[in-house]
Design a protein around this ligand. Structure first.
Ligand SMILES: CC(=O)SCCNC(=O)CCNC(=O)[C@H](O)C(C)(C)COP(=O)(O)OP(=O)(O)OC[C@H]1O[C@@H](n2cnc3c(N)ncnc32)[C@H](O)[C@@H]1OP(=O)(O)O
Ligand SMILES: CCCC(=O)O
Length: 447
């Protein structure tokens, strides 16, 4: 069929499209900026007539109408693969459940284990050849669409077109229903201001980045700060292989620090899978041939990272213990974010020839309610905390007090190195903890 005729045949209003959803169905919403807005609103309008519709999504940045309108969760039960601040807040109120995953597995989880009745995804307007760009959310979009019994796309004229890579778009022949409407401006997360502590941590890591290294920056304020500071250095010819595309990469590219010229694979291209940041970043992505969007099972595959020399991965965490176990997603039983791609990049960075994986964090945290300063380096992780990175995969931990290389280190060597990067105020207590665990030897000392 002629593409324009096919478009008109599949085009309808959101209220009509959501009639595909029946009670008991599993519905998937795309991540982040690809969150469906018109469809979500139209589905929420059916609250009274639908029961037990389960919805999966993640990194949601705009309020979800299906959740806001149904605090009972009897009609719509929302589940997330990765919490944004909004989902964290929903979870605190019992309105959202976390779905554990290692991000590289997400496409496989759909292809192998999950059923999808209806997929709802925002996409960029169709091109002349009938393709809709998945835009800022490649992630597992293709796998979800392949598995869905019904694929509904919500055309959002504000979404930029992302160059591939692979699986960066969907053809009209693979779409069942198209919805158009008024599109609100895209949600943005602007980079947080860089603190003095960030600068100290960044300095340690920057010493490890050499010309022609390829970098990955994780989610959160600190990795972005490290990236932004690299722009002010005299480093040359950096490459990019990342899951999340953030403003720091644009700043580094515009400063001439990133060229991707010397990457072993994907030469000339900054490889990414998901993008969240400023409007300027979204404009930069649009039709940018220097960027290549790939599905998450490519960007986050340790075997792909192993083919890239000098891959430097920089991620942030919540707390660590003196064994080198890291939680980057929980505080006790509170789910803060998700495993995301952290373990993927920790593993792949270590496999890369000359590669190094850094988990960086401020050594202390000020509790909001009490104003009390607490150590992020703990004798043991709090009860119910989830281990994001097992101690057996640990590489570098970095705080404002220094850097601890844990790879291949015994428990007593780790205790010494980890306590050595804790805030000095907490070190004596941690040493006592190590003694209690029987991992503080006579010769152990903090340098
Ligand atoms: C490019 C890629 O590949 S991304 C791959 C990497 N993926 C990951 O690293 C996933 C796991 N990491 C993360 O999610 C993030 O890096 C985080 C959560 C560790 C830090 O992110 P940030 O946005 O900088 O965190 P922020 O400091 O705002 O804290 C987030 C929440 O955790 C809480 N929190 C942080 N540290 C602690 C702590 N030690 N104890 C208790 N609560 C804490 C904060 O209070 C905040 O909660 P609130 O929203 O109710 O105020
Ligand atoms: C959406 C997941 C981002 C991350 O890997 O943390």
């Amino acid at each position: 069929m002629d593409i324009q005729r096919e478009y008109r045949a599949k085009l309808t209003v959101a209220e009509q499209a959501v009639k595909m959803v029946k009670s008991g169905h599993w519905v998937d919403y795309s991540f982040a900026t690809a969150q469906p807005i018109l469809l979500d609103k139209a589905l929420a309008a059916r609250t009274g007539e639908l029961w037990d519709v389960k919805i999966r999504g993640g990194l949601i940045l705009n309020p979800l109408a299906v959740v806001e309108g149904d605090p009972s969760r009897k009609h719509f039960c929302y589940n997330s693969w990765h919490f944004s601040g909004y989902e964290r807040n929903l979870s605190d109120q019992g309105l959202c459940d976390y779905i554990p995953m290692i991000y590289r597995n997400k496409p496989l989880l759909y292809r192998k284990s999950l059923d999808v009745d209806v997929a709802m995804m925002s996409v960029a307007p169709m091109d002349k050849d009938g393709f809709f760009s998945f835009s800022l959310t490649n992630s597992a979009s293709k796998a979800i669409s392949e598995k869905a019994k019904t694929v509904i796309v919500e055309v959002n004229k504000n979404l930029p077109v992302a160059c591939g890579g692979q699986e960066n778009c969907i053809h009209i022949s693979e779409v069942d229903i198209i919805v158009e409407g008024n599109n609100p401006v895209l949600p943005v997360i602007n980079p947080a201001p860089i603190t003095e502590t960030d600068k100290k941590i960044a300095k340690y890591i920057m010493e490890q980045v050499k010309d022609r290294s390829t970098i990955q920056l994780g989610i959160g304020a600190l990795p972005n700060a490290v990236g932004t500071m690299l722009a002010e250095s005299d480093i040359k010819d950096l490459g990019v292989h990342t899951e999340l595309l953030v403003d720091a990469y644009m700043i580094l590219t515009k400063a001439g620090r990133i060229t991707n010229k010397y990457k072993n694979i994907d030469k000339g291209k900054a490889v990414w899978s998901l993008c969240v940041g400023s409007q300027e970043l979204y404009d930069w992505v649009n039709n940018n041939a220097g960027l290549a969007s790939y599905p998450i099972n490519y960007t986050n595959a340790p075997q792909v990272m192993a083919a890239i020399d000098n891959l430097i991965t920089i991620n942030n965490c919540v707390e660590v213990d003196i064994l080198g176990q890291v939680t980057s997603e929980t505080s006790g039983s509170r789910q803060i974010s998700g495993t995301g791609g952290q373990l993927d990049f920790l593993t792949g960075g270590y496999m890369s020839e000359g590669g190094k994986s850094f988990i960086c964090f401020h050594s202390t945290f000020t509790e909001k309610k009490t104003g009390e300063m607490k150590s992020r380096v703990l004798m043991s992780l709090p009860q119910s905390s989830v281990v994001t990175n097992p101690r057996s995969q640990a590489h570098y931990l970095v705080t404002e007090w220094g850097m601890a290389d844990l790879a291949g280190r015994s428990v007593w060597e780790r205790a010494e190195r980890i306590i050595g990067i804790a805030h000095p105020q907490f070190r004596d207590e941690l040493i006592k903890g190590a003694e209690k665990l029987g991992i503080w030897r006579r010769t152990n000392k903090i340098l």
